[in-house]
Design a protein around this ligand. Structure first.
Ligand SMILES: Cc1cc2nc3c(=O)[nH]c(=O)nc-3n(C[C@H](O)[C@H](O)[C@H](O)COP(=O)(O)O)c2cc1C
Length: 321
């Protein structure tokens, strides 16, 4: 079992990564439906929560979701992060995850996200303050380091996290400078696992049951997290679970199932965000769902023209025939 405070997950659990602009309520519900053990919100700005900004608070709407939802927060001031964590806890978060991995210039220029990998002392203070601020467990998601030269920083910072009462760490073993280029260096996940006794979740480039098993076995990590491979493909969770648990190779979901799931995703998004916003945001999701489908390029053009839920659903239905 992977024990994270009062929460427990089976060994080799598969989690869905936090993804800004993607892992919203509709996406989380769909991912859960296909068997991922834990879902995360998009990263949430600590200051936005403290100032009561409606757009930021909307990210904390977890109402009606089955099972635990982790809220990921980002910032750099320990006290503010602690207060933001408390707001998230009061909104129903099952755990708080601290973002030490976001590479985007807008975030790191303010010293947050992956920039924290350059400041182990500040990290320690953040971990201590956030752990004290809430009763629910706290996890930290981090990159390996800032640059190639300090890409062992994750080992030191994970050690500090454990000492300060953090319940688990999630390692995406690329440096900030790598962004998403090159390969994730899973030796770093192994090094963190050897250093700490809290659960270690590995993340980076997993896209099949085979890669999941290989990474679990070779790094020794307790569970894995999937990001890009779930885009338009929530079926990946059942595929990986089937492979890890029963050695069963589940056939890829047929197109009818993919389109049906895309339609459900669209309906949920419209329900939670309103039709106008949801239709725009769903264009990217639907084009991911249709990736590789015969006639996908033409379909994409049609979908991008759709202005209403009904038009988008019509596009999806007409793809069946
Ligand atoms: C579009 C996009 C948005 C992301 N947003 C977040 C985020 O909000 N918080 C976070 O910790 N990581 C974020 N990530 C990183 C992913 O959570 C994950 O660590 C990374 O994609 C590596 O995993 P993968 O190879 O399975 O995709 C994002 C990645 C992408 C591509």
């Amino acid at each position: 079992m992977i024990n994270i405070g009062p929460l427990s997950f089976p060994d080799n659990s598969v989690w869905a990564a936090p993804m800004a602009g993607i892992s919203d309520k509709a996406c989380r519900i769909i991912n859960k439906e296909f068997g991922c053990a834990l879902v995360f919100t998009e990263m949430v700005n600590d200051k936005g929560l403290l100032y009561g900004q409606q757009r930021t608070l909307a990210l904390l709407n977890l109402e009606g979701e089955k099972g635990p939802v982790a809220v990921q927060i980002f910032g750099r001031e320990p006290e503010q992060l602690g207060q933001a964590a408390l707001i998230a806890e009061n909104n129903g978060a099952a755990l708080i995850d601290i973002n030490c991995g976001c590479p985007t210039p807008k975030i790191v220029k303010n010293g947050a996200g992956a920039a924290l990998m350059l400041e182990p002392r500040r990290c320690r203070e953040i971990f201590r303050t956030v752990v004290k601020a809430v009763k629910i467990p706290v996890t930290v998601k981090m990159r390996s380091g800032w640059s190639e030269e300090n890409s062992d920083k994750c080992v030191e910072i994970a050690g500090a996290a454990e000492q300060e009462g953090v319940a688990a760490v999630i390692i995406h073993p690329r440096s900030r400078e790598q962004f998403f280029a090159g390969k994730a260096d899973w030796e770093k996940v192994k090094a963190v696992k050897q250093r700490v006794s809290i659960p270690v979740i590995g993340n980076g480039d997993i896209d099949s049951g085979e890669t999941a098993r290989f990474r679990l076995e070779t790094s020794g990590c307790d569970g894995i997290m999937i990001g890009r491979a779930y885009l338009g493909n929530p079926f990946i969770f059942q595929e990986i679970n089937g492979f890890l648990q029963n050695n069963e190779k589940i056939a890829p979901a047929p197109w009818t199932k993919r389109l049906e799931t895309a339609a459900k995703h669209l309906k949920l998004a419209c329900l939670f965000k309103g039709e106008e916003v949801a239709v725009k945001e769903m264009r990217k999701h639907i084009s991911w769902y249709c990736k590789g489908m015969p006639g996908a390029a033409k379909k994409r053009v049609e979908i991008n023209k759709a202005q209403t839920q009904a038009q988008m659903l019509e596009c999806l239905h007409s793809a069946f025939v």
